[in-house]
Design a protein around this ligand. Structure first.
Ligand code: PEP
Ligand code: MN
Length: 341
């Protein structure tokens, strides 16, 4: 059930209701929305006792839960959430661009990429230090050394850093060096990892599993939210279909639907979704047109020498071109909107 408090109710009033909900046998969660506090009662408790709360002075309404992921859902709040990562707002008016190499390979490779993506307008730096590779014989990442390089590149460029955490044993290290922790597609349903990440102070980038239903993806987000981490950004990175010409199939309809179903920000990864650098720009524009709050794009100074994901990585000129392709339509759109006012 969702118990909406009146706008005048303060934190103490809401906490009192939280305790009453617990006494009724439900597990309560407290959330704050623009319209006031909301207490979400999950699990199975005594509904008739909960109903009595309607007569409490600060309780505005009690309604049944409309979906299995109440904390991630639009039922909780009409407004969309904004997640701050090192001072960058994801989910606000500006389309956020996250760029960098698939893997951190060397100081030269990382710093060169970081400087260029910063110069052309990226907001955040990406780069993998712990790599989930299909083959155990492929490059597995530089580990903590990679994290150190990311932090140095961040200090030099001012770009906050997002990097993947693969296992619970690495959470503290990654959280020490990175501004945002990425849950990779293959780990979307690693519930032990999700539970652990729910208690880190860092925002989470939650990639969609290659075969995950939208509902499963939002339920994975619910693990983070219900465990106490409210700073979750979703990332559509393509799903497995019968198609073989593309590495994955970019599910743009999912982006539009997730915006309806959830208040969480959502970004698109056109690199992993396609596996082909030649269509990264076109799919990026499509992603923004359908409502993505941002992009995460792989960039490498010499993609043909990359230790991972070279064919989908833009070179430095390609990134500059992408920023023109993406930014100019946005400026034009902003201009035409201004004319319409
Ligand atoms: C990555 O971002 O480099 C990555 C491995 O992504 P995904 O988990 O989406 O495959
Ligand atoms: Mn990659």
């Amino acid at each position: 059930m969702i118990i909406r408090m009146s706008a005048q109710a303060n934190t103490e009033d809401s906490i009192r209701i939280v305790e009453r909900v617990r006494e009724c046998g439900f597990e309560p969660f407290l959330a704050r929305t623009k319209k006031g506090y909301v207490v979400v009662a999950t699990g199975t408790g005594r509904l008739s006792e909960l109903d009595i709360l309607k007569s409490e002075p600060w309780v505005k309404s009690i309604e049944p839960l409309a979906c299995p992921y109440p904390l991630a859902s639009r039922q909780l709040k009409d407004e969309r959430s904004v997640v701050e990562v090192g001072g960058v707002a994801i989910g606000g008016p500006e389309v956020v661009v996250i760029a960098g190499p698939c893997s951190v390979e060397s100081p030269e490779q990382l710093f060169r990429t970081a400087r260029v993506v910063k110069a052309f307008g990226a907001h955040l730096l990406r780069g993998g230090a712990f790599k989930p590779r299909t083959s155990p014989y492929d490059f597995q990442g530089l580990g903590v050394e990679g994290l150190r390089l990311l932090r140095e590149a961040s200090l030099e460029t001012g770009l906050p850093v997002v990097t993947e955490v693969m296992g619970t044993e690495d959470v503290d290290d990654v959280a020490e060096y990175a501004d945002m922790l990425q849950v990779g597609a293959r780990n979307m349903q690693n519930f032990t990892l999700l539970r652990r990440l729910a208690s880190t102070p860092r925002p989470i980038l939650l990639k969609r599993g290659p075969s995950a239903h939208i509902k499963e993806w939002l339920l994975a987000a619910e693990y983070l939210l219900s465990g106490g981490n409210q700073n979750v950004v979703l990332c559509e990175r393509g799903i497995k279909t019968f198609e073989t010409e593309l590495r994955n199939t970019l599910d743009l309809a999912a982006v539009a639907l997730v915006r309806e179903l959830s208040h969480l920000p959502i970004i698109v990864d056109p690199s992993h979704a396609t596996g082909r650098r030649s269509i990264v720009s076109a799919t990026s524009r499509a992603a923004i047109a359908v409502g993505a709050d941002g992009l995460i794009v792989e960039v490498h100074p010499e993609p043909e020498r990359a230790l991972s994901d070279g064919p989908q990585s833009l070179d430095l000129d390609g990134f500059e071109q992408l920023m023109r392709d993406v930014c100019e339509p946005l400026r034009a759109l902003a201009g035409s909107m201004a004319l319409n006012i």
